[in-house]
Design a protein around this ligand. Structure first.
Ligand SMILES: NC(=O)N[C@@H](O)C(=O)O
Ligand code: NI
Length: 178
């Protein structure tokens, strides 16, 4: 049984629109602040928290991620039903992103839609913000040494991480030799 190999696409705002936001400055509008010394690339992404009135809050963390050896088998995806999650590279290195659109039990089921799973490579200067409910693989650092990401996501009550494990025949190969 041969597993499907994911095609790795360059990350762009347009291609990622169904999954969330790309956090970047290339070709983005800005306004000058601080007496003209600083460009403000304003509101590149929104932090989503499900229950702000109940104490939900956005928190900022740093993930130091071990390198994912290629080729890699995608066996699962997860989602955060109660908030968004952003990853911004701190060391200027590319990383891989594997996503599927959010799903709703009353519309399109409650697990990732296999045919809509896509893989992207960032350019090292791009961060991503997964919209609330976007299915994604946990952080995929590549290269020769650990990578670091600034992570902005939701902290609060309730379960905010659903994992879906695929059947063995549904596993996908991710093989990026950039
Ligand atoms: N578990 C955790 O905080 N990280 C994952 O959500 C991830 O997307 O890496
Ligand atoms: Ni996550």
């Amino acid at each position: 049984m041969s597993l499907r190999k994911l095609n790795v696409e360059p990350l762009t705002k347009e291609a990622f629109a169904a999954f969330g936001d790309v956090i970047e400055t290339d070709d983005r509008p800005y306004r000058m602040i601080n007496n003209g010394s600083t460009r403000r690339y304003h509101a590149l992404a929104q932090v989503e928290t499900a229950y702000p009135a109940d104490g939900d809050r956005a928190v900022i963390s740093i993930f130091r991620a071990q390198v994912t050896k290629m080729p890699f088998v995608i066996r699962m995806l997860e989602r955060h039903p109660l908030g968004s999650q952003a990853f911004v590279p701190l060391l200027g290195r590319p990383s891989l992103v594997v996503v599927a659109p959010p799903t709703d039990p009353s519309i399109n089921g409650d697990k990732p839609q296999l045919d809509l799973i896509r893989a992207f490579i960032t350019n090292g200067r791009q961060g991503i913000n997964y919209s609330r409910g976007t299915w994604h693989h946990p952080v995929l650092a590549i290269g020769n040494e650990e990578d670091e990401f600034l992570v902005v996501d939701r902290e609060g009550t309730g379960n905010n991480c659903d994992e879906h494990f695929f059947e063995e025949h549904e596993h996908m190969i991710l093989d990026y030799q950039g």
